[in-house]
Design a protein around this ligand. Structure first.
Ligand code: SF4
Length: 112
């Protein structure tokens, strides 16, 4: 596995953990921009390591063995479009950021 991908995955896991467990951030607005459905490919359950709760059902489809009690950070994958870069495939997509560029007051805009 390449180091760039591993670094991205590690940052994503840590960020989702903090957003879910430490900040208890309101993620409703972010999740509202998510489109599609999970195709149960299992890719997000193998980020950095294979989750020990990842199993397969009778049809060989991936399934979470603790789905109803799964960790908060698992419910948040994917939360941002950048999260999709942590796996080879994911059936979710995201609506573009609705903030018009001229309203962006971030550091890059301030230095112009
Ligand atoms: S990578 Fe996406 S499509 Fe695959 S199991 Fe995770 S959320 Fe579902």
């Amino acid at each position: 596995m390449n180091l760039e991908l591993m670094g991205r995955q590690l940052r994503g896991k840590v960020r989702r953990f903090f957003q879910a467990k430490v900040l208890e951030q309101d993620t409703e607005a972010l999740l509202a921009r998510r489109r599609g459905d999970c195709n149960r490919c299992g890719a997000c359950c193998k980020i950095l390591f294979r989750c020990p709760f990842l199993g397969t059902d009778a049809e060989g489809q991936y399934t979470c063995q603790i789905y109803e009690k799964r960790f908060a950070q698992c419910r948040l994958y994917p939360l941002h479009s950048q999260d999709l870069l942590e796996v080879k495939e994911c059936s979710y997509t995201f609506e573009p950021d609705p903030t018009p560029a001229h309203l962006n007051t971030g550091p890059a805009a301030a230095s112009d």
